[in-house]
Design a protein around this ligand. Structure first.
Ligand SMILES: [Zn+2]
Length: 318
């Protein structure tokens, strides 16, 4: 297997049929809300911002099939890019990340209010009024490469603090997003340090690796438990042991692709630590080298199109 081509990772997970959830009860297709009738936050657990990231679907199916209901507040379970999910082709599994554009780069207000009419922007516009009512977002993702699960906490302390309360996985990435556009996890109040709204994004492992499913299931039950929406005995059978401690890696800078000529110097898969000056990649005559010692590579991408993030560079801060 070539470590450089995510299409070559084996598909170990089944892709459940989610068509039964199409109607939902929110007026937004594939979004279903359970209202406890008791005061409390509106919690959204979200899957499929990227259409080929099946572990979030498996975790939501688990909650739906188990009949989990919130003790307080409102719980919404949602599937975002369903059209891309339904276009999944095992022969070309990377192709169904999205149909027209990355749905996790369209959450700028200017884009949502603008005149772009890609499938993903239109779908984001459908979901947006519901998102505007959410207090606590847990967004379930997976990664191109087989690396340890991480939380992507964004730039704000409130999300890092909530990731620590969640207690797992052991690596928390604090970052400022991507040049190509705003992520759902940074939209509106989630990205406002003065808002009570908070978003946490988890990357459960490689998109189709078997282990991504129990990581996702553990995380959604822990998320509901920490917000006192379910009882410990409901969560317990689905939990994995907590890591002894969590560490935070701070993203220092993204490496943004500028041309068609970007190539990585090695088949990086993520979380490699480079010394200052080590070669990360080249773009024509330009060399991209590690800017500091202890330079951690975060989620190197194989979608090396101009404007996209090739890799993010970080350092351990805690
Ligand atoms: Zn994703």
């Amino acid at each position: 297997m070539s470590a450089t081509d995510p299409n070559k990772y084996p598909i170990e997970l089944l892709f459940p049929d989610i068509s039964a959830h199409k109607n939902g009860n929110t007026g937004v297709e594939y979004y279903t809300t359970f209202d406890s009738g008791v005061a409390g936050p509106h919690v959204l657990i979200n899957a499929l911002v990227h259409g080929n990231e099946v572990c979030g679907v498996i975790a939501l199916e688990h909650l739906l099939e188990t009949g989990v209901r919130p003790k307080k507040g409102k719980l919404t379970l949602g599937f975002s890019n369903v059209a891309a999910y339904q276009a999944f082709d095992p022969a070309e599994p990377m192709a169904s990340r999205f149909l027209d554009e990355d749905m996790n780069r369209v959450w700028d207000v200017e884009t949502l209010d603008g005149d772009r009419t890609t499938y993903e922007v239109e779908r984001a516009r459908q979901i947006r009024p519901l998102i505007d009512t959410v207090d606590l977002l847990f967004d379930v993702h997976s990664m191109q490469h087989k690396t340890a699960p991480v939380i992507v906490a964004g730039p704000l302390d409130k999300s890092i603090a909530m990731s620590r309360r969640l207690g797992t996985p052991d690596i928390i990435v604090s970052d400022g997003g991507h040049a190509a556009g705003k992520r759902l996890r940074d939209y509106g109040g989630f990205g406002d340090p003065d808002s009570q709204k908070t978003a946490v994004l988890i990357e459960c492992g490689q998109h189709w690796e078997a282990d991504a499913a129990p990581v996702a299931i553990d995380s959604v039950y822990r998320w509901l438990l920490m917000h006192e929406m379910i009882d410990p005995e409901v969560a317990a059978p689905n939990l994995r042991p907590l890591p002894p401690r969590q560490r935070v890696v701070q993203v220092v800078a993204p490496v943004t692709v500028e041309s068609e000529n970007f190539v990585f110097a090695q088949p990086f898969t993520g979380l490699e630590t480079l010394a200052k000056g080590e070669l990360i990649g080249t773009e024509g005559d330009k060399e991209i080298r590690a800017p500091h010692d202890g330079c951690v590579l975060i989620m190197p991408s194989r979608r090396l199109t101009p404007g996209a993030t090739a890799v993010r560079l970080g350092r351990w801060v805690d």
